[in-house]
Design a protein around this ligand. Sequence first.
Ligand code: GDP
Length: 195
Amino acid sequence: MIIKSVNLETVCGITSKLPDNTLPEVAFAGKSNVGKSSLINALMNRKSYARISAQPGKTQTINYYNINEELYYVDLPGYGFAKVTQSVKEKWGHMIENYLQTSKQLKMVFLLIDIRHKPSKNDVMMYDWILHNGYRPVIIATKLDKLKRSQVPKHLKEIRTELQMDKETPIFPFSALSKQGRDEIWDFIESMVLQ
Ligand code: GDP
């Protein structure tokens, strides 16, 4: 995908009404610190347009990035940060649930999993939640550069098993350092959303 323009158009907090967009939306979910901002920056060809978490778990907003006036990347708040209060966790749940249930333009949800670790309970819950709302979650396995190449297949298999993924659902291994995987993700978005 050629990135011609990027604009953080809407930031929604817990009380905001979600925008009535007419362009297709692609959403990104994952636990805080998984590398979501780094991925979104890479997919926008920007170094630091999406925030890179200095204080993980603090920002509870849904951010809409208008890409090329063609589609939106929707950055969902990261979950699973241990130090936030129960009420913040509940707010997070309501926001995501509301988004998944009401967005009319949502075409696809990417769920990010750190390739080094077995998916957490929250990851499994998020995966099931996405499915339950009628979307097919597509996995991006982040921080690929942190593993030796020989270890990668075993880790991808573990993610598939833990999430009980069907064979057709793709997993994209990705590194924000080397940008490995970026072209494949762009091609996938284009083929699924922009046709
Ligand atoms: P977020 O909380 O999910 O938005 O995660 P960030 O994008 O802020 O990344 C969390 C931390 O992981 C930061 O220190 C990043 O520099 C680091 N990080 C993110 N992606 C990668 C990656 O692909 N490789 C490596 N080595 N580090 C990464």
